[in-house]
Design a protein around this ligand. Structure first.
Ligand code: ZN
Length: 479
């Protein structure tokens, strides 16, 4: 029998019971959202052994199926593939439990996979990844970069700091031995040459590699070295300057300061130049994770009161305390600086339609992290999708960025990302049609994850347990 699960948040031995191989679940009166073609299909969906066995016309019998079939009438609702948040962080060595309690919350928000773009908890995240995969912990499937590569004395906690090629190679050996899902590289103190060499080495080893863009490297130098995705669309604005490659070379040669380079980028944005570069980026198969919501939250901080945000019921005081540094840093901003922040946000968001038009694969990632102010885990992916549509993408394009695009990017398109026979039964039932209004992704009625099934009451129980866990953690820390 498929088991309905009403479970507590800790380790879950009860999970191990598999459904009988012959038994299956048939979802009826449901509109299947075809995320590849953007169509609604009136099909029953037959699930067995945690996978989609067949899509059937209503009333049609499954060929060669002998076992008992349980039926679940979904009352005309909409079925989408589980959502993937392609950019999250688990941050804070003192916040392990605060992050852990959020894992079931992802499921309750319809998110069945997250890509961890590295934080300070690399070994813990690897452990969560295997516990979740083994059914011992409740949460989304995790894909993680492990420790990210940085230079010596970077500002980041828990990263892999390398001084030369030797250290880069041994670092990559270790990351590979741990079985990380991709390599992440950022630019705080990593010199451009070593940064580029790290990209090339990861690519040579057949690993996916996701990066920021240092001022001393041109975006096409990275593309040619084999970068798989650029994280944060803000970097792409540099492509609006026809001299981007020369500016990067000048920075690298020490002929141009970072400040001077940024000033040149700020002055010289040309959309037609950017569009031509986006087409090249698409040809080179470089994906982009825009991560709009973080910049949006900061730019509108001056006119938004977050003190009563409902999501705070899942976040400990210690977790949200990390928000403060950005708030403090912006406290002295002038009127002009505040206005410039909003202009910049709009300029970045405006790049999404041309990127999509050029054929660049967009990945929906929230960048949620304790360090990212008011970017709430799980909820922020839905916010991000809303911003994609506000920026000019269609609801279908936004939905693709959170389903099929992520699965294909991770080279797991055979198993995930759409509703098709043979794929994993990671499914979300929505009350409303997401192709008509992307806000429908928030109307989660049920979640199916492999052989596990969570109705609305079960999802609410997960959320309640997370809220209670948050309170217990705070109470235990009272002096
Ligand atoms: Zn990030």
């Amino acid at each position: 029998m498929l088991r309905r699960l009403l479970l507590s948040l800790c380790m879950l031995p009860a999970f191990a019971l598999p459904a009988s191989a012959a038994d299956s679940l048939r979802l009826t009166d449901v509109q299947v959202v075809d995320v590849e073609q953007g169509r609604l299909l009136q099909r029953d969906v037959l699930l067995q052994d945690g996978r989609i066995k067949a899509l059937l016309a209503p009333g049609e019998q499954a060929a060669g199926h002998a076992g008992a079939t349980e039926t679940l009438d979904l009352g005309g609702r909409y079925l989408i593939p589980g959502l993937w948040d392609m950019h999250v962080h688990f941050e804070g060595t003192e916040l392990v439990e605060d992050n852990a309690l959020l894992l079931p919350v992802y499921l309750a928000y319809g998110i069945t996979a997250v890509r961890d773009a590295s934080g300070s908890l690399a070994s813990t995240v690897l452990q969560w990844r295997s516990e979740i995969a083994a059914g011992k912990r409740l949460g989304p499937s995790i894909f993680t970069s492990g420790q990210k590569f940085e230079g010596v004395d970077s500002l980041w906690e828990g990263d892999r700091e390398i001084a030369d090629r030797e250290q880069m190679l041994s670092g990559m050996d270790e990351q590979q031995a741990l079985g990380v899902d991709f390599i992440k590289i950022t630019e705080n103190t990593l010199p451009p040459e070593l940064f580029l060499d790290t990209v090339a080495e990861a690519h040579r080893r057949g690993l996916l590699v996701s990066t920021h863009v240092p001022l001393g490297l041109g975006i096409f130098e990275l593309a040619e070295a084999g970068v798989s995705s650029i994280e944060h669309a803000s970097y792409l604005l540099r492509l609006g300057n026809p001299d981007e490659a020369a500016i990067a070379r000048a920075v690298r040669a020490g002929e141009l300061t970072a400040e001077a380079a940024n000033a040149r980028y700020d002055r010289g944005f040309d959309q037609a130049t950017a569009n031509a570069a986006y087409a090249r980026l698409a040809q080179q198969d470089v994906a982009v994770t825009p991560t709009l919501i973080g910049g949006r939250q900061l730019a509108w901080l001056d006119e938004t009161d977050h003190s009563n945000d409902a999501f705070l019921r899942y976040l400990t005081r210690q977790f949200t305390a990390k928000y403060q540094w950005r708030i403090d840093r912006m406290a002295g901003d002038t009127e002009a600086q505040r206005a410039a922040r909003k202009v910049r946000y709009r300029q970045i968001a405006a790049q999404l339609p041309p990127l999509q038009q050029a054929g660049v694969t967009l990945l929906a990632g929230s960048d949620s992290a304790a360090l990212n102010t008011y970017v709430y885990p799980a909820q922020a992916l839905h916010d991000e999708l809303g911003l994609f549509v506000e920026a000019g993408l269609t609801p279908l394009q936004a939905l693709q960025a959170a389903t099929i695009n992520g699965a294909s990017f991770m080279r797991l398109g055979q198993d995930y990302g759409s509703i098709a026979p043979g794929k994993r039964a990671d499914l979300v039932v929505l009350d409303a049609n997401p192709l008509a209004d992307i806000a429908a992704t928030r109307s989660v009625h049920a979640v199916i994850r492999g052989g596990e099934r969570f109705d609305r009451a079960a999802l609410d129980a997960l959320l309640l347990a997370a809220a209670e866990r948050k309170q217990a953690l705070e109470a235990a820390r009272q002096p």
